[in-house]
Design a protein around this ligand. Structure first.
Ligand code: ZN
Length: 1036
């Protein structure tokens, strides 16, 4: 999945720190949290009860943890639990030996060899116990059935807690993860959607095999009304069965009185009805207004990560792979699409047509299943053995050519690169009018936002870059994710880190004109920024709750994952080693599920060169540790020592970790600094290490050549001075990536308090001679962060001085920019960054030019054109005038090309007029004039303005319930919303407000990692301000 805004490098910086180290054995749903709260170090002092995903009131206790007082049914539960490996069976050995409910308690020692006195005492004890039992027995409401009283026996600290099903019976499964005793083999799905009434009915037939003896089948189902259920064992008769449902965990279960035996096959058939979802997941309805003004409805799916269960009952975890045969009925005016090619169409008696798709020829995880009912039109092409089609609503068919051309090139590239042909006969790419994520890699049926697939006839290469990137990402998933799938969401990075890495790698080869390198460099910087926070998490991290699954879709899984793969590739000998390793991995695990170690082992097998480190040994620190290292260089004559420590931005200076990474350090010197052959390697795996003797004549070293490593470097006062000196004489002594990396690193070190802001400004002095995109855009982005903080804190004097500093520093470069069509993508990137900055600082010439462009555009009635990379700045300037804002709104309402529409929307949202700000926020929430999928973008843009950021915080608090109804707690959309609203606060008052609000949410989102990140960021802002405000007066 592409979470969104692949072209927005500001998006990184989001947060965490929930359950860092609890294993599944310590499954929170089972442990009595009131007793075991220490197992869950969580965000600020919440009541341990609040940590549980489900409301505690929904649980009841099962009596009978000692075998003596267990009735027959309970023994059934116990045997099932034993067979299915319930959580308490998996607890740590220490727990098990002392406190397992299945360990019979030894009788009291004092009674084992009775003396006369102890016999009297014991006798008395028995009488007292008997009396107490009778009292309890006759207590009202305490009937000793399973739904009984809380057990008071303190000798069994881990009481099993079974929840209650919707029908009042106990639900026989207590864990978030499904039992492993039953494995689905194939699904036969029949769906009958009714787009007039926004409902659907379905029948799901699941063929399963029994892996371990069990009396239970547990699977997922959410918001489905199951009307009939039958079960058939082997060749036996199909019999009606009762389905128990436990809604908080979206699970259903069927219990059997006789055990299903290992090796048996069985079939569960479920009939159900449901409403089409009105959010963006499950089987959801979508609509658009066509050019004749007629509202058209359609239905599409988005299942990743946890929503297949909303469309059909299923084993909705990635490791339960199976085959799928899908049938969908439709009106004759619609078409249907699914993962596989259509096999046949059958007219039904009610006038509808039922389309049946071929059974999948691959085993698939449920989150990759997809189907669509719509009136789309395709363009098509054959590539190798695959029929490739791009679908859109009919009036946008002309915008699909670029996508078709690009996907065909990329498909050929990947077929060749992975040495495994794309396994399906067809590949559809579909632009869906309502779609929250950027795109979704469903096997054979990739779904997109219109913005990420459609390209207008006059689009700039910068817009094409977005579309090509998303296609390259989703297509890479057909191998990484679809063919080989992570076993569980804790290793989501195996999907997303790889797809992200492959997207940049493939485009550099297939479409070099798109100059994707600058974007990849920028996203690596943003990943470092986010990972520097204490709320970050290890790439591969525990996931035990639905919101934690959602939260895995963040820059650590995507961009950090991609960054460490780049680092690995750059550190291997020869340019084919990495490729050989991943081919081996894909071939070895084709059709299967893997975890991170499987990948490192495959790569280790290929890497045979003795002078290179063992891949597994090197990389495990990068996936198992949170954060990344700071490498500090100290030099005495020819001796250069490197030391490493955790680069951790904390507001309290308290948390220091002893983490050590295995760092493949690269470096260049002034003797040879530009070509790859200049690079020298040093493997820093201890706290410190010494490079081989450097000649005294060497003036400077630059580490992390082209920033391919995931670490930050501090050169010490002298080292920085030497680099600054070299750059002021000649900017070309380093590659542009190295220059950008110095800029990024020095700002980061300033935040860490290792260098003064004065040193930052010293480095930036060289920039009057800088002409390359990545150093310029990085410096502008970093300076803008501080300018925005000063502005929002109403430090008007300092903000004004920062503004004149920026305009002075970049003025001549800004002046050099033209407002005409520009060919080079890299120049477009730099121009748009410079001009957006100039106009946002009200630089007069910029404003005049932008206004003139808008006027000409409006007056020409659509015949003149604003260059694609300049549309944003032009629309943003226009939106500041009363009259032009109205014009822009009307243009927005009539525009059909989605990428342009989004720029207009960002313009509209940049208004400083409070009434309009309120209007646009509300419109985004309502979803009429502005689609709700755009609300995160609207909020992000509004927050940049001084007036807007104050409104947004109120808006979020007032509308929290509506927001989490539309965007799941923990989702990327919510991460964006929280970050946008809070990242510019820097005062105690704001910190208190934010803290109070999120604490009050409890299970409605208080535990989100983005909340922790927000609080941490405010504290860090506060600290930076306290430290630097007094001295900024002097430096600026
Ligand atoms: Zn993805």
């Amino acid at each position: 999945m592409d979470p969104f805004d692949s072209n927005n490098t500001e998006r990184a910086n989001l947060p965490r720190n929930m359950i860092e180290n609890s294993m599944f054995e310590e499954e929170p749903d089972v442990v009595d949290l009131a007793k075991d709260s220490t197992a869950f170090p969580t965000f600020p002092a919440l009541d341990p009860d609040d940590v549980a995903y489900e409301p505690r009131s929904s649980r009841l206790l099962v009596r009978g943890l000692g075998e003596n007082d267990m009735d027959e049914d309970e023994e059934d539960y116990e045997s099932s639990a034993r067979l299915l490996g319930m959580s308490f069976m998996n607890r740590s050995a220490a727990h098990r030996s002392n406190s397992s409910p299945y360990t019979r308690q030894a009788p009291p020692r004092s009674c084992s060899r009775p003396s006369a006195r102890t016999m009297v005492v014991c006798g008395l004890f028995v009488v007292i116990m008997a009396s107490m039992t009778m009292v309890l027995y006759f207590l009202p409401g305490c009937n000793f059935t399973k739904i009984g009283c809380r057990k008071t026996n303190k000798t069994t600290p881990f009481e099993q807690v079974y929840p209650v099903s919707t029908n009042g019976e106990l639900f026989p499964w207590t864990k978030f993860r499904l039992p492993r005793s039953i494995h689905p083999l194939s699904y036969d799905l029949t769906l009958d959607p009714d787009l007039d009434n926004m409902t659907f009915t379905g029948r799901t037939v699941i063929n399963m095999s029994v892996l371990h003896n069990t009396k239970l089948i547990v699977l997922h189902s959410a918001n489905l009304n199951i009307t009939k259920a039958t079960f058939k064992l082997g060749d036996g008769e199909a019999k009606d069965v009762t389905v128990l449902e436990y809604k908080p965990r979206q699970q259903i279960a069927v219990k059997f009185s006789d055990e299903l035996k290992t090796g048996q096959y069985c079939v569960l058939t479920l009939d159900y009805s449901a409403k089409l979802s009105h959010t963006y997941d499950g089987f959801y309805n979508s609509s658009y207004t066509d050019t004749d003004g007629i509202k058209r409805v359609l239905a599409a799916t988005q299942f990743e990560p946890l929503a297949a269960r909303k469309a059909f009952p299923c084993f909705d975890e990635p490791s339960f792979k199976a085959t799928f045969l899908i049938r969908i009925s439709r009106k004759p005016t619609y078409l249907t699409l699914s993962n596989m090619p259509q096999a046949k169409s059958t007219p039904l008696v009610n006038g509808l047509i039922q389309d049946e798709f071929e059974k999948t020829n691959v085993n698939m995880s449920t989150y990759l299943v997809a189907f669509i009912v719509a009136n789309f039109t395709p363009v098509r092409k054959n590539v190798s053995e695959t029929l490739v089609s791009v679908y859109s609503v009919p009036e946008k068919k002309e915008h699909t050519d670029y996508a078709l051309d690009t996907v065909c090139k990329l498909l050929e590239f990947y077929n060749d690169f992975f040495e495994i042909a794309y396994p399906l006969k067809k590949l559809d790419l579909v632009a869906i009018p309502d779609f929250l994520a950027g795109a979704m890699e469903n096997w054979g049926l990739i779904t997109f936002r219109e913005t990420t697939l459609l390209v207008g006839k006059q689009s700039s290469d910068l817009e094409k870059q977005v579309v090509a990137s998303v296609i390259a990402h989703e297509l890479a998933h057909q191998w990484f994710g679809n063919l080989v799938t992570m076993r569980w969401w804790n290793d989501l990075w195996l999907n997303e880190g790889f797809a992200t890495y492959m997207q940049y790698m493939s485009l550099q080869t297939v479409l070099p004109k798109l100059d994707i390198g600058n974007l990849f460099l920028a996203v690596r910087f943003r990943a470092l920024d986010k990972d520097a926070l204490n709320s970050s998490h290890a790439v591969s991290t525990d996931v035990n709750k639905p919101e934690q699954v959602e939260e895995m879709f963040d820059s650590v899984s995507y961009e950090k994952g991609a960054s460490i793969l780049l680092m690995l590739n750059a550190s291997l000998s020869g340019d084919q080693e990495f490729r050989k390793g991943i081919i081996q991995y894909l071939k070895q695990f084709s059709g299967l599920n893997t975890d991170t170690n499987d990948l490192w082992n495959s790569l280790t097998q290929v890497e045979v060169s003795p002078q290179h480190p063992n891949v597994s040994e090197m990389m495990s620190s990068w996936t198992s540790l949170k954060g990344f290292p700071l490498v500090t260089v100290s030099r005495k004559g020819g001796q250069v020592t490197l030391t490493q420590e955790h680069f951790l931005l904390t507001s309290d200076n308290a948390t220091q970790t002893s983490s050590l990474w295995n760092i493949p350090v690269t470096y260049v010197t002034d003797n040879c600094s530009l070509a790859p052959e200049c690079t020298q390697m040093f493997n820093l795996k201890n706290k410190s290490g010494t490079l081989k003797e450097i000649p005294e004549s060497v003036k400077w070293l630059k580490l992390n050549y082209r920033n391919t490593g995931f670490y930050i470097v501090h050169y010490g006062d002298e080292g920085w001075a030497a680099l600054i000196d070299a750059l002021s004489n000649n900017v070309n002594v380093l590659t542009h990536e190295d220059r950008a990396s110095l800029i990024h690193n020095i700002f980061a070190l300033s935040r860490l308090g290792r260098v003064s802001f004065h040193q930052v400004l010293n480095l930036l002095k060289y920039m009057s001679n800088e002409t390359q995109t990545s150093p310029v855009t990085e410096a502008l982005l970093q300076l803008n962060v501080f300018y925005q903080l000063l502005d929002k804190r109403q430090e008007h004097n300092l903000a004004a001085r920062m503004k004149s500093y920026i305009l002075h520093q970049f003025g001549s470069l800004m002046d050099k920019q033209t407002w005409k069509e520009e060919e080079s993508v890299s120049k477009q990137e730099m121009r748009s960054a410079l001009l957006e900055m100039a106009c946002s600082l009200y630089e007069e010439k910029c404003i005049q030019q932008a206004q003139a462009q808008f006027k000409q555009y409006v007056e020409s009635n659509g015949t003149s054109r604003i260059p694609g990379d300049l549309q944003q700045v032009v629309f943003t300037v226009a939106a500041q005038s009363n009259e032009d804002w109205m014009t822009l709104l009307s243009m927005y309402e009539h525009a059909t090309y989605d990428a342009e529409k989004r720029k207009m929307l960002r313009g509209l949202a940049s208004t400083q007029d409070p009434r309009r700000i309120v209007w646009i926020l509300k419109a985004g929430l309502r979803g009429d004039t502005i689609p709700t999928q755009e609300l995160p973008l609207v909020i992000h843009t509004v927050c940049k303005g001084f007036a807007g950021y104050l409104f947004v915080w109120d808006f979020i608090q007032e509308n929290w319930n509506s927001l989490i109804e539309k965007f799941p707690v923990g989702s990327f959309a919510m991460q964006t919303i929280i970050k946008s609203a809070t990242s510019q606060y820097s005062t105690q008052a704001h910190l208190d407000q934010v803290q109070d609000f999120f604490s009050s949410l409890k299970e409605r989102g208080s535990q989100m990692r983005s909340v922790q990140e927000a609080l941490e960021t405010i504290k860090l802002n506060q600290r930076w301000m306290d430290k630097n405000l007094p001295t900024l007066q002097k430096w600026l």
